[in-house]
Design a protein around this ligand. Structure first.
Ligand code: C5P
Length: 235
């Protein structure tokens, strides 16, 4: 899989999601299904969107004991998604168990990506709530390396961290980056943002874009603009 734009389909239900995807007519964007939509509609929504020909990132961020994660991943492997994820803080044992569960009998499996530190957690919260004193950047890189050494394919990270993740874990280790906004767009509740063009230049492999596309007056045009900026030859 190459560089691509993943649309975060953060909708409350099936009707809104399919109405949104219908706007794309012949196009089949890569879509992210998160907890809201999955918990509302269950696995059927994944099957339905897959049957329409979209690639799917199932963003459920698993984090539990290794055996439970392995069994859950075994179930998810049957859904034929293209990418799914776990929390790196679940430890290397949990990540290895996730890979085992996800790998089908024929050896194939969806890409598995780790969440390092959520971008909603900052240095102060890390210290006060989870008693981690180390610099956040060091924590993110250490979690990324742990994910790589456990056999995972990449991490979800801030676009500001993508370059360093590639330096630490190699250019083949995928960086999936949310927090993307157009230069002339609203930032909303995202704090540290980059444009698709900047994310392209710093070498993100996938950008995850929600509201700049889903809330746009013309979502298809906004998606095409993202693709254009993100995949054009970096200059
Ligand atoms: O609407 P917006 O472009 O901000 O959507 C970004 C998507 O990426 C949302 O689905 C959000 O949950 C997700 N995400 C994020 N920051 C992270 C991890 C995931 O914004 N650190």
């Amino acid at each position: 899989m190459g560089k691509d734009v993943i649309i975060a389909c953060d909708f409350p239900g099936k009707a809104e999601t399919l109405e949104f995807l219908d706007k794309f007519e012949g196009k089949k964007p890569f879509v992210k299904i998160g907890m809201e939509l999955f918990y509302a509609e269950g696995p059927e929504i994944v099957r339905e969107i897959k049957a329409r020909g979209h690639k799917i990132f199932l963003d459920l961020k698993l984090h539990d004991i290794p055996n439970t994660v392995k069994s859950a991943m075994k179930v998810l492997s049957r859904l034929d998604v293209d990418m799914c994820n776990v929390h790196a803080s679940g430890t290397a044992n949990m990540m290895r168990a996730a890979i085992e569960g996800l790998t089908r009998k024929d050896g194939s499996r969806p890409l598995l990506i780790a969440v390092t530190q959520l971008t909603s957690t900052d240095q102060d919260t890390m210290k006060s709530d989870i008693l981690i004193d180390k610099p956040i950047d060091e924590v993110v890189m250490s979690y990324a390396l742990n994910a790589k050494n456990s056999g995972l394919d990449g991490v979800v990270c801030s676009p500001l961290e993508a370059e360093k993740v590639h330096k630490t874990c190699g250019s083949g280790f995928l960086t999936v980056t949310p927090g993307v906004r157009f230069a002339d767009g609203e930032i909303g509740d995202q704090k540290r943002v980059m444009t698709p063009l900047e994310a392209n230049r710093i070498g993100s492999d996938y950008i995850v874009v929600g509201r700049p596309i889903t809330k746009a007056e013309d979502p298809v045009a906004a998606y095409e603009r993202c693709i254009r900026e993100f995949t054009q030859e970096a200059v």
